[in-house]
Design a protein around this ligand. Structure first.
Ligand code: T46
Length: 143
């Protein structure tokens, strides 16, 4: 068993290549299933660093490794899943209430993130046991 595709999945983007090079376009309601309210990027991550280590109550994101590589470990409260990103033509959709950790950043890694909401500290769950408990409560409340 793995995390439901509705909440977490891999995406493949069409590359518009020609003799000059490559271009990838991400458009709302096409590749992006939400209105993009924020874009941020992560780069210069130092060797051995683990980032993330949190979940979001409400945020949805599309994460693209536009350069280099990095490994995501994600957890829905039941299943852990590991996905490596190493192509600008692939991305991850990470829905609500998914714990995420980013490991094994290459030194040239640039992660671009498209987010459905503005930055809000109160949307973060930063403790794994708290996340497990909230995820369990939400599962039990779902018919
Ligand atoms: C996520 C993963 C993939 C802001 O001021 N605005 C922002 O939009 C963001 C994302 C962060 N910040 C501040 C908050 C911290 O002081 O930047 C600092 C580093 O953020 P954080 O430690 O949360 O970074 P990561 O790499 O652990 O996690 C980030 C996102 O926060 C998170 O939503 O899913 O990237």
């Amino acid at each position: 068993m793995s995390i439901s595709k509705e909440r977490f999945h891999r995406l493949e983007f069409a590359t518009k290549g020609d003799s000059r090079g490559q271009l990838i376009a991400l458009e709302e309601d096409r590749q992006i299933p939400f209105t993009v309210r924020r874009v941020y990027y992560i780069f210069d991550t130092q060797p051995g660093v683990v980032r993330g280590l949190h979940a979001h109550y409400d945020l949805e994101q599309i994460i693209v490794c536009v350069k280099g590589s990095c490994t995501f470990k994600v957890f829905d409260g039941i299943h852990w899943q590991t996905e490596t990103l190493n192509k600008p033509s692939e991305g991850l959709y990470v829905g609500r209430m998914i714990w995420r950790e980013m490991h094994e950043f290459s030194s040239d890694c640039v992660l671009m993130v498209l987010a459905s909401e503005l930055f809000r500290d109160a949307d973060y769950i930063r403790d794994l046991d708290t996340f497990k408990s909230i995820a369990r409560t939400q599962r039990e409340a779902t018919p």
